[in-house]
Design a protein around this ligand. Sequence first.
Ligand code: LLP
Length: 467
Amino acid sequence: MPGPTLHEGLEALRADRASEPAAVRAITRLASEFGTPLYVYDKATITGQFRAFRAAFAPRFSKPSVLYALKANTNGALVSLLRAEGASAEVVSLGEILAAVGAGYRGDEILFTSSSKAPEEIAKAVEIGAVVNVDSRDELEQVAAHAEAAGRKARISFRINPGVDPHTLHQINTGIAESKFGLHLEGGLARAGYKRAKELPSIRIEGVHCHIGSQITEIEGYVATARKMLSFVRELKEELSIRVSFVDLGGGLGVPYHDGEEGLTPAALASALEPLWRRFTADAGYEPELWMEPGRFFVGPAGFLVTRVNSVKETPLKVFVNVNAGSNTLLRPAMYAAHHRARVVGRTGAPEALDIAGDVCETGDILAAERLLPRPRAGDFVVFLDAGAYGFSMASTYNARPLPPEILVDGDTATLIRRRGTFDDLVRDEIRPSPAPRTKGASVGSKREAPRRRKRPSRPPGKRRGA
Ligand code: LLP
């Protein structure tokens, strides 16, 4: 009888059955084939999350469209997988535009959002026919000028700042009035933006957009935002005779990061938005497409960071489990005090409070603090869950540690979708001067006295060499 598949092993980890053979076999096999640290993504989870999201919106809205926010994970294998599932792309930089195009997206399937777009980014977006999601009046004029010079019409929307607080972490709260993002509804700034856009011959208005934050777990912020946005869209039609072809209500759907947590479901979100949308389309007398653009929801729960234990240390206050990855590999715990479930693979001992510490020289480099887990030994594996979004995409080579590889698991097949970084990668782009001679006697801790300088023979004044 064939044993459990890699997918089943990953599922066992998620279900907190890390000591069972399915989990042990899967992680041992992946680690021995690809080494650690290692990012692993489960294909069935990504497609499952995407399909669940679409299934929630499809029956409730006549023209729903789902975009994938590439910033969550730009690996081309995942990006093209989501395109095959039917996602369009939301991107924030030239690099992400190229990642989307490289994964097969056509220009007209791409929405380019950024609060600070460089001229070359605007030029590329206009050239490929992406929708440029304009963030300011200044930028609008630049987009119009680019389009005019290129003899094209730029397709645009404005990112709107609705002034709504979705009650998420401050660093990822973007809808509040003090954030740097979007054109404010307040003070008529958004309205004035559309009025100006309508006057510009090289601009074609396509839609309105907002994104109020990330890891949102309460419905109220979405509802308050939808109310404001939809009433603004009506105002655009009634007062400026502008009909938009889409209304994008952003991404941000939170995922559960703790065992037993429910999270906000796409069905709850879709059913809260549905009555507002119905009323709006009846009042407005037309129906634009409804766009949503999650990132984390699709790829976050699909990702696992596999680490190996280097050593275990008891201090008077804590027990540290030192693993071979750190905040350079998974930044979220250090940056946001974010919680990622940690699983000790294959151990059944009584749970103890453990701190899983990274291998970076920073006090804050703790991947999981005071977790009740069986104590592992050196060589064991500790796996962090829900690491598929903002994991690899925020990783760095700090402390001269090469980037980890990425693997896509499909059933019992594991495919390398990014090779492990190398030490050569770290220095490849450096330009090294030829080594300067080392000052003699300057080494730290040298007991030798610096050699005395030999006195030069004095020369008669005014008779310098070469003079
Ligand atoms: N659309 C826009 C315009 C965005 O700025 C973002 C995320 C998204 C969509 C997707 O949001 P999501 O559905 O993934 O929540 N590094 C942080 C998250 C930053 C999110 C930035 N914008 C973290 O690790 O939690």
